[in-house]
Write a protein that binds this ligand. Sequence first.
Ligand code: FMN
Length: 370
Amino acid sequence: MTNAPRLDEAPPPVRTGAPANPALLAAATGATLDGAALARAWRPLAIGGVAIGLPVVQAALSGYSDGPMRRVARALGAPYTLGEVVIDRFVTRLKNTTRAARHLGVSDDEHPVGGQLMGSDPDDFAPAARRLVEAGFDVIDVNFGCPVKSAMGGCRGGFHLGQPEVALEIVARVREAVPAHVPVTVKMRRGIDDGDARSREHFFAIFDGAFARGAAAVTVHGRTVAQRYVGPSDWDFLREVKRHAGARTVLGSGDLFDARDCVAMLAHTGVDGVSVARGAIGNPWIFAQARALLEGRAPPVPDLVEQRRVLALHRALCAEVDPSGAASTMRMFGIKFARLHPHEISVRDAFAAARTLSGFDAVLAEWYAD
Ligand SMILES: Cc1cc2nc3c(=O)[nH]c(=O)nc-3n(C[C@H](O)[C@H](O)[C@H](O)COP(=O)(O)O)c2cc1C
């Protein structure tokens, strides 16, 4: 899932016509609204029997959404997060090592949390799904969206959008494999390719079939697999999907770069929840900001003291879980957090040059002092 463009290079989402939820539209612009009217305009999210609350959750993010990132997001107001996608056979064979801790470690302070699986053969999904449940994941999500070459070449992820029968067999196997109280969910893109005549038909066959086989919710990314991250997410398509879904739970994904985008997607599409991806990397405050907008308050802006507190928290959690990898992980996150600093370029360069945890600490001391 690499090569995603920088946030400031992304074109705006496709958004035409009337919003599905006009009452929320003003909230997306930060207009002061009657709190009671706003409270009526959105509903707390639930995934099956799992209560989530704020309908703004953190997406699965390969290379990022490990335990420390999820715990930071939860501590700052994300109501639900997903781990990085894992390949079914890899999970089943994983021994109890540091790698297992990274992929299967679930902390007491992060429930509810989802684990996401990707694979090619329906037979391999059931044992992997059971292992994720044993590890403590509260929801099992199946990935039918990953566009990277290795996934497509290995008949995994987005590849399944071209073969609905296999995709639905996978959903059915996972649903059978895990206890009834554990919701099974699906993540899809809006199709394989607009040039493929059956792309749309396959999308709806998988979407409806997944619910028919017991899926509790589907998250739809409004780009095709062929688009990868190029071009906008089609929010008009998400609005159409939610209208089609009726009472079935749909989450939207794509082009959620700040809290206003999150509320704007809820307003335009009428989806039950939104799944924040790139917009949450280096900005875990996005959840509290979205909550504020939904409650008619001004979104809180983290000052440098708050940014330093959260960077230090993230560093401490990383060092606890993976002492040898923490320096390079925090270098990567520091570069992303630098976006919020008034001296973005200098701070980004300083994090990029920090190869050790003490180097990271020195950047905090120099650039995030009171
Ligand atoms: C670095 C990166 C890693 C991602 N990893 C995953 C993943 O593991 N599972 C998944 O379903 N989607 C993954 N995605 C897709 C996102 O969850 C999301 O659907 C997509 O980025 C669109 O949202 P955005 O435009 O708001 O970033 C990833 C995206 C990025 C940029």
